[in-house]
Ligand binder design. Structure first.
Ligand code: ADP
Length: 162
C-alpha cells in the first residue's frame, strides 16, 4: 500500500493546495495532509483551525486524512509509515528551496522519496501569503480559497481590525 504525505503550513489552504491534494490523492492509496505546527512562526490560523479547515474541504475525498505535526518531516513520515512526500512546485523560485529540503530529507531518511507536482496553470501565482495580504486590505479572495475558508479569514481580519 502506497502512503503519501503532503506537508505544509496551509495558513490558509488555497485552491492551489486543494488542486495538489486532489491530484496526489489519485496517485497513492492513502494521502496524509501533514499540517506543520511551527512554534517559531506566528500563523494567522492555529494548527487546530488549519486542520479543521482542511478536514472540511477534503471531506469528499475518502483516502485523504489530515494530521498535524511538529518537528522534522522525516520523523513524521516514519511515524506515519509513509514512503512518499509530495510537494507542489509553482515557479523557479520554489525550486531551490524544495531541492535543498528534498535532498536533506533523503540524506536523513533514504527510504522516504520526495516527488513534485507542478502547479496547474490556473493556480501557479497563488500563495497563502498573497491571499492574506489581499484579505488584509479588504480585497475579494473568493477566487483563491474555498468559501468556508474565505469566511473564516474575513472573521479573523475583522477581529484584528477592532
Ligand atoms: P510551506 O510548506 O512552505 O509552509 P505552504 O503551506 O504554502 O508552504 O505549501 C505547502 C506545499 O504546497 C508546498 O509544496 C508548496 O509549494 C505547495 N503550494 C503552495 N501553493 C501552491 C499552489 N498555488 N499550487 C501548487 N502548489 C502549491
Amino acid at each position: 500500500m502506497l502512503k503519501g504525505i503532503y506537508p505544509g503550513s496551509f495558513d490558509p489552504v488555497t485552491y492551489g493546495h486543494l488542486d495538489v491534494i486532489e491530484r496526489s490523492s489519485k496517485l497513492v492509496d492513502e494521502l496524509i495532509v501533514g499540517v506543520l505546527n511551527n512554534k517559531a512562526k506566528s500563523p494567522l490560523f492555529s494548527a487546530e483551525e488549519r486542520v479543521r479547515m482542511l478536514n472540511e474541504v477534503t471531506k469528499d475525498m475518502p483516502n485523504v486524512t489530515v494530521v498535524p505535526f511538529e518537528g522534522l518531516l522525516v520523523d513524521f513520515a516514519r511515524k506515519m509509515d509513509a514512503g512518499l512526500v509530495i510537494r507542489g512546485l509553482r515557479a523557479i523560485t520554489d525550486f531551490e528551496y524544495e531541492l535543498q529540503m528534498a535532498q536533506t530529507n533523503h540524506k536523513m531518511e533514504p527510504d522516504v522519496e520526495t516527488v513534485f507536482l507542478t502547479t496547474s496553470l490556473d493556480y501557479s501565482y497563488l500563495s497563502s501569503t498573497t491571499v492574506k495580504e489581499v484579505a488584509a486590505f479588504g480585497g475579494d479572495i473568493s477566487q483563491f480559497v474555498p468559501g468556508i475558508v474565505a469566511d473564516l479569514i474575513e472573521e479573523k481580519m475583522n477581529k484584528r481590525r477592532v
